[in-house]
Design a protein around this ligand. Sequence first.
Ligand code: PRP
Ligand code: URA
Length: 209
Amino acid sequence: MGKIYVFDHPLIQHKVAMIRDKATGTKDFRELVEEIAMLMTFESTRDLELEDVEIETPICPTTVKMLKGLDVAIVPILRAGLGMVEGIQKIIPNAKVGHIGLYRDPETHEPHEYYCKMPEDIDKRKILVTDPMLATGGSAVAAIDFIKERGGKDITFMCLIAAPEGIKVLQEAHPDVDIYIAATDRCLNENAYIVPGLGDAGDRIFGTK
Ligand code: PRP
Ligand code: URA
């Protein structure tokens, strides 16, 4: 069974509190989402492999640990997942980026795919799927289905806010996937929005409402 990791770090909790506030405007919201994603990356990449490398410091030769391969792919679920990409790239600048376009039908809340483009060697990479919101779990499950159909194996899901319903659905559909969550919330409302949540993540990142 994949691991579920919920962050309790004060910096992350503080920044999540700020993005929940409806008074936080688009620019600050976008910057905070990027910062939270960057902070979460330290933990969600803890299992990256290291190897011994011989170098010389100005003082003497020595053996140091370096990443074995920079073989990470970030796969944002469009649109809102895009807001987390730059934060992760600040820490892993060589990561390749794939994209999955999904939108939730406003009536049925079912996800619909409109775009998918993965790095060619996706089967060999550690894949970080990003989406700020895990609500019913439909979008995350569909996105990970598409990634697996294209050969992806080593998959981690990173979100900012998750509802218990979404965590259960994702864990049951993809028990091999680790889930990293900045904060877990109470429930979903009648429109399948997370309560208390932060509203529509895509609209708040891109200022579309
Ligand atoms: C939002 C969010 C997730 C999805 C979560 O996207 O960014 O992708 O809803 O809901 P779920 O867990 O119930 O599937 P939305 O469909 O609103 O598209 P957008 O990012 O383009 O705004
Ligand atoms: N999508 C969002 O953007 N917010 C929610 O609360 C649920 C789904």
